[in-house]
Design a protein around this ligand. Sequence first.
Ligand SMILES: Nc1ncnc2c1ncn2[C@@H]1O[C@H](COP(=O)(O)OP(=O)(O)O)[C@@H](O)[C@H]1O
Ligand SMILES: [Mg+2]
Length: 354
Amino acid sequence: MSLETLHQALQRFPDPETGIPLSVGKQVHEVRCDDGHVCVTVAFSSYVAPLRTELREKIAELVRTHLPEARQIDVEIVNHPRPALPSGQLGLTAKSVVLVGSGKGGVGKSTVALSLALALKRAGCEVGLLDADVYGPSVPQLTGVRGQATKAGDKIAPFDYDGIRLMSIGYMVPPDKAVIWRGPMLHSAVSTFLRDVAWGNLDFLIVDMPPGTGDIALTLSQVIPGACAVVVCTPQEVALIDAVKAVAMFQQVKIPVVGVVENMSSFICPDTGKRYDIFGKGGARQYAEEAGLPFLGEIPINIGIRERGDEGNSAANFSDPTVAPYLEKIAFQLVRYLAQKSAQSPIKAQLPVL
Ligand SMILES: Nc1ncnc2c1ncn2[C@@H]1O[C@H](COP(=O)(O)OP(=O)(O)O)[C@@H](O)[C@H]1O
Ligand SMILES: [Mg+2]
């Protein structure tokens, strides 16, 4: 047990994004011990930024094992640039494309999609949010970011909301104009979004899907080979039936479902702190377990979430300690699972898809 064995152990430590030892990418930058004070500097990409706290803890544990005499341990994580490669035929550069779907509207799909995007961005990831809900685009409302799309060179410029790159069908169609979408139009609209928006290099592209219908999911499964899906539902039995349909729809178009989120799972009374399970309890978790799908977490019914959504100030949910931990947990759980999946197939992990 020495500084040398610690150094070797760090070199063997797998990058959670790829499963490949840190030595391969020269990601161990420094290992130093001055009079019992151990300093370690390692580099991970922004894709796994949400896992930094637990990575720091794992590395500190490694230090304690190899240098039990250490009095103070400082683990610094710096950025390891690892850009995404173009995935699929449209040239989109995003490491993971996460479709957020549900069996029906009104269950909080847009709220969850936006919250995932915000939580990942706040943790340090590069994030885009595409509102592909052609029947009821609500991202402009939830963010307060409005307007009509403009050009950036030969591409369409995304809007910015708290550092997230944003695009919505609502920015392409005048708000007072009704559009009747048919299959081929949907296909070309979605392809335009993926190909022609200047997304830049993304860790995550979150897509707010229209409820139910398989049209857009089918298009996405064809043009983005690595896309995966998160299904949002509320706990009552009738809503779960819709969630089962949404899962079946994704599975039919060969998009793996990587998580179930239970929204409006309970109401915690702000006056008394007492919990009321208005729509029942734990239904989505139980369903996910039975179906062998990862359960990412739950979000309580919270008046603040609704108010901030209506005000176009959803980012403020992250300053509310009765809401933020739930949203962060779901996003971090998703990254943990996706990283695990990609690290299990190390060859694929070097490609931009999952
Ligand atoms: N956990 C929650 N607590 C309170 N209100 C919520 C919650 N989740 C969503 N809402 C509100 O419910 C409404 C529908 O949510 P939205 O995300 O637009 O659903 P969907 O996209 O599934 O139609 C919005 O007004 C939103 O602010
Ligand atoms: Mg919506």
